[in-house]
Design a protein around this ligand. Structure first.
Ligand SMILES: Cc1ncc(COP(=O)(O)O)c(C=O)c1O
Length: 200
């Protein structure tokens, strides 16, 4: 069993890794981004001991020019120390409550456009739909239209957001404060209202 924890690793879901949040123990999991708080490029694969020990006596012929670079490793060690000292994973768990309540309010205010809000930790998806009952995507998945004009409008208002097709992704810094969540929710509220006006 392999988990791709490139986006979900290092606290994003309110536990160190998403597999822990869901009570699953993968054989391998990949990680990157959050391992250095994304300040220095570093990625890796964590391997179950029973599989890793297979290579104790056998070579594993793989590598990259900059594998295990001391600068990247130092950034990883420093980020993990900061996560522990600043209780960052616990803060991501607390962010879940803060985000869910604000995003649920927005869902009610912006129904039927905001068809679904889902997520864990500090990682939510907002699904924009043109028909609430059928959950028809506002722009079709892998179609030619995108939500870029909506994201551009949010950026002009002061909120950076990105997404894929009809799904907008909410993944704030794990250290964001309640005041910052309020500010972001208020901008999102205005942006959704503007989108609704443009659709009528
Ligand atoms: C979930 C997920 N997996 C894998 C990757 C690819 O990672 P890399 O660029 O380290 O190959 C990405 C990159 O954004 C990702 O978001």
């Amino acid at each position: 069993l392999i988990f791709d924890e490139v986006m979900t690793g290092f606290g994003r879901t309110g536990t160190p890794f998403a597999s822990q949040r869901f009570g699953v123990t993968p054989d391998l999991f990949t990680f990157a981004k959050g391992v250095t708080s994304a300040y220095v490029p570093l990625g890796g694969v964590a391997v179950r001991e029973s599989l890793a020990s297979h290579f104790d006596a056998r070579p594993l012929p793989s590598g990259h020019t900059f594998s295990g670079h001391p600068v990247a490793m130092a950034a990883g060690v420093a980020a993990i120390a900061a996560y522990r000292d600043e209780k960052v994973f616990e803060r991501a768990r607390a962010a879940e409550t803060e985000l869910r309540s604000r995003l649920e309010q927005l869902r009610i205010r912006h129904a039927p456009l905001l068809g679904e809000v889902r997520g864990v930790g500090a990682f939510f998806a907002l699904e924009l739909v043109s028909d609430a009952r059928e959950r028809t995507p506002l722009v079709s998945w892998q179609g030619t239209q995108t939500l870029q004009p909506f994201f551009d409008d949010l950026l002009r208002r002061g909120l950076y957001m990105f997404g894929r097709y009809n799904v907008a992704i909410v993944s704030p810094p794990l250290t964001a404060s309640a005041a910052e969540f309020d500010e972001a929710a208020s901008i999102l509220d205005d942006g959704l209202s503007a989108l609704e006006r443009s659709l009528t």
